[in-house]
Design a protein around this ligand. Structure first.
Ligand code: H2B
Length: 120
């Protein structure tokens, strides 16, 4: 039997263990940045092999060193434990491939000019 769709409270609780992941439009999402294409593709290769073992496959997009991921269980029309299993595997693989969260450009971008000594 395929995995059962998780309820919102369970998804929220399990997301607490995956701080870089978020729920958007019914999918678990994460963006990774790597040193270069080679590192990004090494990560994707590891994920692809695990996805085949699990028979659970990501929606993803790769552009050079960036890998954008969306996980959902199509058969269940929602998030299941399989999505968390794959997300957790991806976190481990990303660590092994030197992945990081993208820099988020906040209100302080561009950064303020460096203060000179004596300036408040
Ligand atoms: N991957 C994902 N993400 N969701 C699914 O429902 C799914 C899958 N179903 N991989 C599997 C394959 C199914 O289509 C095959 C027939 O096992």
């Amino acid at each position: 039997m395929r995995a059962q769709k998780l309820d919102d409270a369970t998804i929220t609780a399990r997301l607490a263990a995956l701080p870089a992941w978020s729920l958007r439009e019914g999918k678990l999402r994460r963006e990774y940045r790597f040193a270069d294409f080679s590192a990004a593709f090494a990560f994707m290769t590891r994920c692809a092999l695990r996805a085949e073992q699990l028979d659970h496959h990501p929606e993803w997009c790769n552009v050079y060193n960036r890998v954008d991921i969306a996980l959902t269980t199509h058969d269940a029309h929602g998030i299941t434990a399989l999505d968390f299993t794959l997300a957790e595997a991806m976190e481990n693989f990303a660590r092994a491939s030197g992945g990081s969260a993208p820099r988020t450009w906040t209100a302080s971008f561009p950064p303020p000019p460096a203060r000179r000594r004596g300036q408040s």
